[in-house]
Design a protein around this ligand. Structure first.
Ligand code: C5P
Length: 219
């Protein structure tokens, strides 16, 4: 079974997806991490990551693999390195590359072919797994999302002003919504959950109940 969770940056997708996957005994896939690692690869290659033709040219050589929940780039664990504000900033440009998206989509589908999956991103329920058995779309107010992301940075010992986080989130929303391929869209058949004012536990409980219901319908 494939469960997709899409939505804008910092809507609470990652934590909810990880917990939901644990409860269902499914594998969890963080597709944003894959685009982030691709951005890190582009930065390390010294190319101009705003130039799509340069990203397209290196996309085929990006070597990503998963070791459990750790993401490896050329065998090196980059799970923490891909969370820096610099990588976050570069990712939205890199993610516009059609060749890179093609490659990521095929890696994601390969994983979905071999196991039950809770996969999280922007295009999972629309483009990557249009036939997923259960789809969610998580939203939250941009100011609320900026507060959460600023708290994440603070927990990592990085102090980024809340206003800067909000500005970055709004810019990323615009980039994610206007991308020619793989743009953020609510799948018409997705359950939409607004996470404002809800605890992670509330969100995961709602999602788990809906997935279990779907499992019963399909059995
Ligand atoms: O989910 P996260 O915030 O880590 O994603 C980082 C960026 O990667 C997003 O802002 C988006 O530009 C890109 N992304 C994407 N498609 C996905 C997941 C993430 O384009 N499926």
């Amino acid at each position: 079974m494939i469960v997709t969770i899409d939505g804008p940056a910092a809507a609470g997708k990652s934590t909810a997806a990880r917990l939901l996957a644990d409860r269902l005994g499914f594998r969890y896939l963080d597709t944003g991490a894959m685009y982030r690692a691709a951005a890190l690869a582009a930065m390390r290659a010294g190319i101009d990551y705003r130039d799509l033709s340069q990203v397209d040219a290196v996309a085929g050589g990006i070597n990503l693999s998963w070791a459990g929940t750790h993401l490896l780039l050329d065998g090196e664990d980059v799970t923490d390195a891909i969370r820096s504000p610099d990588v976050t900033e570069a990712t939205r440009y890199v993610a516009d590359s059609p060749r890179l998206r093609e490659r990521m989509v095929s890696l994601q589908r390969e994983i979905g072919r071999v196991c039950d999956l809770v996969t999280e991103g922007r295009d999972q329920g629309t483009l990557v797994f249009p036939h997923a058995e259960c789809k969610f779309f998580l939203t939250a107010d941009a100011r609320e999302r900026a507060k959460r992301r600023a708290a994440d940075y603070a927990a990592q010992g990085k102090h980024v002003a809340w206003e800067d986080v909000l500005r970055t989130i709004i810019e990323r929303d615009q980039a994610d919504l206007s991308r020619p391929v793989g743009a953020l869209r609510r799948p018409p058949d997705a359950f939409q959950i607004c996470t404002d004012g809800l605890s992670v536990e509330d969100v995961v409980r709602q999602m788990e109940a809906l997935v279990r219901k779907r499992q019963l319908e399909l059995s």
